[in-house]
Design a protein around this ligand. Structure first.
Ligand code: HEC
Length: 214
């Protein structure tokens, strides 16, 4: 009778997700069946009974194996992501090869029309003048390095803010526009408004020819 009472009690304990298991041999009389908080699964919950040991709902070992097996892949991904984040942050402190400064405007060309000037600033001004607008992503490495070097190089060839000194690219400006070489295709990804229609390209090419020939 006592054995049954104990088994009945353990049967009810089995229903809880992680039944507390008694220490083997830690029992007094058969009627005393007080599960210990220490969790040792897989042992016969009622060792004094002759019946088969109840099947444990789960064992510590299985849970451990599951943990290792299922977490190794996410752990690798987490590690790679972690390294990527650390690198992404680290490069922010690397010195930018060229600075993001807008030197003062010294002299502008004599534009043949306000329309030419407007179109030039819309499609070319960020890289060929000292009036560059630096977007937020121009401060995020490694994009910042690309943008800063494009602006530095662009200004070197043609800078409408320093028309007081000879501009190497002036003669070619109309040509590169007519041929669609400029604005740089990479620039158009983030500046769709700088895209020129065929008519605009022709108009700008003519306008630049007239303005820069002076
Ligand atoms: C994203 C920046 C950027 C924009 C926008 C841009 N350029 Fe350039 N431009 C450059 C760079 C960088 C160079 C030098 C490298 C090269 O020639 O590709 C250059 C070179 C030039 C040259 C000299 C070409 C040569 O062969 O030496 C001319 C002229 C020129 N650009 C005109 C323009 C005109 C006109 C526009 C607008 C329609 C424009 N660019 C828009 C960056 C830009």
């Amino acid at each position: 009778m006592a054995r049954r009472a104990c088994q009945a009690k353990h049967a009810s304990l089995q229903r809880v997700p992680r039944p507390p298991c008694p220490r083997p041999g830690g029992f007094g009389p058969a009627t005393v069946c007080n599960p210990q908080p220490d969790h040792i699964s897989g042992v016969n919950l009622c060792p004094h009974s002759n019946g088969p040991a109840p099947i444990p709902t789960h064992t510590v070992q299985t849970a451990g194996e599951e943990t290792i097996m299922s977490s190794s892949k996410p752990r690798t991904i987490a590690l790679i992501l972690g390294i990527a984040v650390v690198l992404a942050i680290a490069i922010q402190f690397a010195p930018t090869p060229v600075s993001r400064i807008n030197p003062p405007v010294q002299a502008e060309p004599q534009w043949d029309s306000p329309a030419t000037r407007e179109m030039f600033y819309r499609a070319c001004g960020d890289c060929h003048s000292n009036q560059t607008s630096w977007p937020w992503y121009s401060r995020v490495a490694p994009v910042s390095w690309l943008i800063a070097s494009d602006v530095a190089e662009g200004r070197q060839r043609l800078n409408v803010s320093e028309w007081n000194r000879p501009q190497r690219g002036a003669d070619e400006a109309a040509e590169v526009v007519a041929e669609g070489e400029m604005p740089l295709p990479i620039y158009l990804i983030m500046h769709p408004d700088a895209r020129l229609s065929t008519a605009e390209r022709q108009a700008l090419a003519l306008g630049l020819q007239a303005s820069f020939a002076k």
